[in-house]
Design a protein. Structure first.
Length: 365
């Protein structure tokens, strides 16, 4: 299944005016050169350039990662019910007397899979005809099945039919909220909650955010230690997927796609309560860039305070800044130099490429 790392509905904010569903692509180290025109919607074949904003098998799940099965009980049980495998192994967890043989157990559910997966190399696997099945073939079949189900749940049911489906309205609403305002005026953002949900999911969606999650998970490890958990107990918790970035990523998305938005809502609540949301407008003749990682965290010049930047369209950008006692959401019209400063941050932050509706961006970076 092909999936956008950055939704096509989002990228439409940088669509080339004269070319439907096309966008200019710039490599981060070649922004002085003219951009390459690329189609960002309904891509049949993923080329090198397309791979930066689309990916085959984006929700593929690598079962070699400890804890990845933690949130997949329903899918793994369904796999065992639909596939006529006979899987047995010695119960390496059983306590037996010297000289006694270990009992043979059957693996036919999520529970038994989890319990005996560490002994997988010793599993005896056969199909409905009794023919032996190589372990690698079994793992491939399980991976492919779970991936296909998860891809539909997350990409189609949640992202495409829910979050992305309403993004155009959310974006239009934020822009409409600026109507009649002068630079520096307070702004009341009607659909702030919907914006924060989109922002949170886009943040989780980009693979390099695992690096950002790790320090948070390290904090939880320290808390468990302070609560008296031994290193062995903490290692067991981590192995079961509670302190690992990949299970955190899939767990949060799967829960939300299945209707449990508690993890997502915690983040939304923090953003809503702790951050001001400013709407920034580019001056005439200038525009904002975006990238495959549009959720950019940066330090405000001179203050050391963390801000988050999220390009909304080529003409509008969102800035999230930590609230103070007197701070409010504000509408700003930026100078040419301020737009260039934000674009330079976006270019520096991206892994590979940036996008624009302009063929040449050398004057705005």
């Amino acid at each position: 299944m092909k999936a956008h790392k950055v939704p096509a509905t989002y990228l439409s904010g940088w669509e080339i005016p004269t070319l439907k569903d096309r966008i200019y692509v710039f490599y981060k180290n070649q922004t002085a050169q003219n951009g390459i025109v690329k189609r960002f919607r309904d891509v049949d074949r993923i080329t090198t350039e397309h791979s930066y904003f689309m990916e085959e098998d984006f929700y593929y799940i690598d079962f070699s990662i400890d804890g990845i099965e933690y949130k997949l009980e329903k899918e793994i049980n369904t796999f065992f019910n639909l596939n006529q495998y006979t899987i047995t192994c010695e119960d390496d967890l059983a306590v037996v007397a010297d000289g006694e043989s270990r009992p043979i157990v059957t693996i036919n559910s999520h529970e038994t899979y989890q319990k005996y997966k560490d002994n997988m190399k010793n599993w005896s696997i056969s199909d409905s005809s009794g023919a032996l099945v190589p372990l690698s073939d079994f793992k491939d079949a399980l991976n492919s099945f779970v991936f296909s189900v998860v891809g539909v749940i997350v990409e189609e049911n949640y992202f495409a039919n829910d979050i992305e489906n309403k993004w155009n309205d959310v974006r239009a609403s934020i822009i409409a909220d600026t109507t009649g305002l002068s630079a520096g005026n307070p702004i009341s953002i009607t659909r702030k909650n919907d914006f924060f949900e989109f922002y949170t999911l886009q943040y989780l969606r980009v693979d390099r955010r695992y690096d950002d999650i790790n320090p948070v998970l390290d904090v939880f490890k320290n808390i468990f230690s302070e609560l008296g958990f031994t290193n062995a107990e903490i290692a067991d918790i981590e192995k079961n997927g509670l302190l690992s970035p990949h299970p955190y990523f899939y767990g949060a998305l799967l829960d939300a796609a299945r209707g449990d938005k508690s993890k997502i809502n915690q983040t939304i609540s923090t953003l809503y309560n702790d951050f001001n949301m400013d709407v920034l407008m580019a001056p005439t003749g200038k525009s904002f860039l975006t990238s495959t990682s549009p959720c950019v965290t940066t330090k405000r010049d001179g203050s050391g305070k963390t801000e988050m930047i999220f390009p909304l369209t080529n003409q509008y950008c969102i800035r999230l800044r930590k609230k103070t006692n007197s701070s409010i959401d504000t509408y700003h019209v930026l100078s040419d130099e301020e737009v260039k400063a934000i674009n330079s941050i976006i270019v520096a932050d991206t892994k590979d490429i940036v996008f624009s509706e302009l063929e040449n961006i050398s004057h705005i970076v």
